[in-house]
Structure formats: C-alpha cells, structure tokens
Design a protein around this ligand. Sequence first.
Ligand SMILES: NC(=O)c1ccc[n+]([C@@H]2O[C@H](COP(=O)([O-])OP(=O)(O)OC[C@H]3O[C@@H](n4cnc5c(N)ncnc54)[C@H](OP(=O)(O)O)[C@@H]3O)[C@@H](O)[C@H]2O)c1
Length: 244
Amino acid sequence: MERVVIYGGTGGIGLATARMLRTRGYPLHLVARDAGRLEAAVAELGETGFTAGNVTDPNLFARVAEEAGDRLGGLVYAVGTINLAPLPKVTAETAIDDFRINALGAFLAVQSAARALKAGAGEAGAGVVLFSTVAVAQGFAHHASVAMAKGAVEGLALSLAAELAPKIRINVVAPSLTRTPLAEGITRNETLASGIAAMHALQRLGTAEDVAALASFLVSAEAAYMTGQIIGVDGGRSQLRTKG
Ligand SMILES: NC(=O)c1ccc[n+]([C@@H]2O[C@H](COP(=O)([O-])OP(=O)(O)OC[C@H]3O[C@@H](n4cnc5c(N)ncnc54)[C@H](OP(=O)(O)O)[C@@H]3O)[C@@H](O)[C@H]2O)c1
C-alpha cells in the first residue's frame, strides 16, 4: 500500500483519520507545527514519517513532497480555523489568514503532491480528502470569514477533481460542530454545546471518529468510484429541520 500524507495529522480529526488509515494498512506521513506531538503520534501509529512546519510557510509544501516520497496513495488536508465574528468585527487580516490556512494551504498541498499521487495511484486512484464545513451549505450568522474560505475549498475540490481524473480522486467532507481541540472554544461551554446539539436532527455534536470514518473511507480503494463529492457529516444539520 502507498503512503498517505495527512496535514493536521495530530489534530482531532486528522489523528482519528490516521488511526483508521493505519488499521486499513496504509503507511502515513503527518504534517503539523508541533514536533513533540508529531513524535508522539508517530510512536503510537508506527510506519509513519513526519514533517514539522506551518502551512502559511510556502516552502513547507516542497519539503513535505521531498520527505513523504515520490509515490503516494492519498492525501488528507485536515488543517482549519473557526474564527466566528459579526461582520463589523471581521478584519481583512482574519479573512486572509482563514483563506491561507483553509484554502490556499489545501491548494498548495495538492499541487505539490500531484506528481507523487499520480505515480502511486493504483486501480482505485489516489484519494484526496479536503475539509469544508456545514456553514457553506447553510448560511450561519458570524461565519462569513470561515464560510468564504471553505466555499473556496469546495470550488477548488471540484475543479481539481475534474482536472486530475482519472488517477486522482478528490472529495470533500463537510462536518458540523465536532468535538476537537479546534472547536473547544465553543464546546467547553456545555450549555452552548447542548443548545447547538439540539439543533441537529441526531441531537448531538459530532466526534472526530464520526468524521474520520468518512475521510478514511474516501481515501481507500472502497471509494474507487467516488470523486468530486461534497459530503456532510453533520447530524442532519445541513438538510433537516425536525420542528417547524
Ligand atoms: N472541529 C470542527 O467543529 C470542524 C467543523 C467543520 C470543519 N472542520 C474542519 O476539519 C478539519 C480538521 O479540524 P480539527 O477539528 O480536527 O482541528 P484540530 O483538532 O485543531 O487539528 C488541527 C491540526 O492541524 C494542525 N495545524 C493547525 N494549524 C496549522 C498550521 N498553520 N500549519 C500546520 N499545521 C497546522 C494542528 O497541529 P499543530 O497545532 O501542531 O500545528 C493539528 O494537527 C479542518 O479543516 C477544520 O476546518 C472542523
């Protein structure tokens, strides 16, 4: 099996995806800023390499391409932001940061890996997974900056899925609020968290494993006939209203 690169592989969803991909037998290469957490993940997972760096550094992507090897079976870009603010409080700097981390980073990650993904694509194609948010399919107040950046991720995924077919498959997972370190600013307030949970048809928030189950499936050969899809793992939030 060819190696899968996971940007954000020490995070809530990234590490859960890493564990599921190791269970499926994939060797991995993780990318994140904190080298200590990368070393701990590598020790736990086995058959895993890593590159420490920041996705806002344009030189990172060539370094990852060099260190991950010239044949890849897949790529997961699980780095993101949740900067929520009313319109007057959204600064241009925040919007640009959100775009760089969520969208431009995903673009540069795929661009720098494309040759290795083509080389490593078996019959099932190499699987790329990017992350959007439920706040693109549904308009949520105070989500302008993140919705703008994640909307760009969806457009990017569809364009590259067309351009890089048939060897590279690109799909997007769009979670609702998921209990990970990224969302802790919201979920640590249990009153707020249970209020938001109640807005979901399935009456709870997501877990990293809920989201990783789909991400690892989309990388794998079981998803060989899927590309260009944007799929919610959102407890029904994007599509369903149970009252009124
Ligand atoms: N959690 C949610 O509620 C939710 C909802 C919708 C969409 N999503 C999306 O799901 C994906 C995964 O999110 P998550 O909740 O698992 O986040 P998380 O737990 O905060 O994990 C983020 C991962 O990315 C790394 N990272 C963060 N900033 C980085 C940077 N500038 N450069 C390099 N690595 C960086 C982190 O490690 P270091 O800190 O060591 O760099 C960590 O490994 C993201 O795209 C997010 O937007 C999440």
